[in-house]
Design a protein around this ligand. Structure first.
Ligand SMILES: Cc1ncc(COP(=O)(O)O)c(C=O)c1O
Length: 384
């Protein structure tokens, strides 16, 4: 059934929840190169994948990057390369399904951690509380692209305890804290290039590390556990996790645009910071503190207990033409039916935070006028 037009949305200011931007010259650049590889027939594990890896490693300031066909694959390979089978892995309750699913697929038991209200991530105190002698790794997720200023404490704690730090940096391309890129704090970092992310390769993922052994293991795992591309000796229970060359070409072009796309997102976030300050019922959630550079994959806003999230989203969409993007996340993982058996202890902050936030639309081609329209829509709705 067709939806009625929003009554409070001036022409051209309707805001979709997200938009995937490829400029016409980028589309041509990609098409030309795909035509070349179609002519050669080298469609996987070729020079474009290698170039994407080199350039992504450079972005993260690490020695090695291994391209794979999803962020989920990057996570599972990271965990296999670190070696977690038969042991426990600490995982935030507030993350995407794939973070904990990768732990289970890698043969380990996920132990859920509560959420740090200051960062939407995990505080070192919570990690310390859940660590035990059987913990093989801890996964930290940079929710919304925000790298916690407490990452150095987390690093130091896990080094002291001899436990691997794995970063799920699926949201955090180009984000950093104090000069260290997301993905470069731990033993290994995993990125996703799913289309709605800050940069995309269509589908795809990347594993980054300074550890040559982890990188070598990852290359074996991504190609059916084969010891080398040319030999038919399978030495690991790998899988087909290869990235195809067309995906690498798309990823390289978006990577070239990443700095500009992040600058555009940060400009929109600054409009939100200025316009939303002091509105009743909400608080902007990412502090503009010195140190973290956020790519604003998501612009997170906390909502007070009295604000009905469903109604807020519906009114913004129906009256103002403003669609909010999906939450990160609306249900903590310990409450997902498939993970119920891993629900070991109360996780109250995670439950509250998941229930009480929204994500404002942010994308690279969003205009200042659209961002201001979002602010005025919020102002109208929250002021009743
Ligand atoms: C936090 C997080 N981890 C992992 C993934 C999985 O990435 P992909 O969809 O590329 O498999 C995603 C993305 O969807 C994510 O948001």
């Amino acid at each position: 059934m067709p939806q009625p037009e929003p009554t409070h949305c001036p022409p051209g200011l309707a805001v979709p929840a997200a938009r995937i931007d490829f400029q016409p010259e980028d589309r041509r650049w990609i098409a030309d190169r795909i035509e070349e590889i179609l002519a050669t027939g080298q469609l996987t594990l070729g020079p474009w994948g290698a170039e994407f890896e080199n350039e992504f490693a450079h972005l993260c300031g690490v020695e090695h990057a291994v391209a794979v066909n999803s962020g989920t694959a990057a996570l599972e390979i990271a965990l296999r390369a670190v070696g977690v089978a038969g042991r426990r892995v600490l995982v935030p309750a507030n993350t995407f399904f794939a973070t904990a699913a990768a732990v289970v697929h890698a043969g380990a038991t996920p132990v859920f951690m509560d959420t740090d209200p200051a960062t939407f991530g995990t505080a070192p105190e919570e990690i310390e509380r859940r660590l035990d002698a059987d913990t093989a790794a801890v996964i930290v997720v940079h929710i919304g692209g925000y790298v916690s200023p407490r990452m150095p404490e987390i690093q130091a704690l896990l080094e002291r305890r001899g436990v691997a730090l794995v970063e799920d940096a699926a949201h955090a391309h180009g984000s950093s804290y104090d000069g260290t890129a997301a993905g470069a704090f731990g033993a290994v970092g995993a990125f996703s290039f799913y289309p709605t992310k800050v940069m995309t390769s269509g589908e795809g993922g990347m594993l980054v590390t300074n550890d040559a052994d982890i990188a070598a293991e990852a290359r074996i795992h991504r190609d059916q556990g084969k010891a080398s591309f040319t030999q038919n000796a399978h030495t690991r229970m790998g899988y087909n996790w290869r990235m195809s060359e067309p995906n690498a070409i798309i990823g390289i072009r978006h990577l070239q645009r990443l700095a500009d796309m992040i600058a555009a997102r940060r400009r929109i976030a600054a409009i939100y910071d200025a316009g939303l300050l002091g509105l009743p019922g909400i608080t902007t959630a990412i502090p503009a503190a010195a140190g973290p550079v956020c790519n604003y994959y998501k612009y997170l806003v906390r909502i007070d207990a009295g604000v009905d999230r469903r109604e807020l989203k519906q009114t913004l969409k129906q009256r103002y033409g403003v669609s909010l993007s999906g939450e990160v996340y609306d249900t903590p993982l310990h409450l997902q039916p498939v993970f119920e058996r891993y629900h070991q202890h109360p996780l109250q902050q995670a439950e509250q935070i998941c229930a009480r936030h929204v994500c404002l639309p942010v994308f690279a081609s969003m205009s200042d006028a659209q961002a201001e329209h979002v602010v005025s829509a919020f102002t109208d709705v929250l002021n009743g």
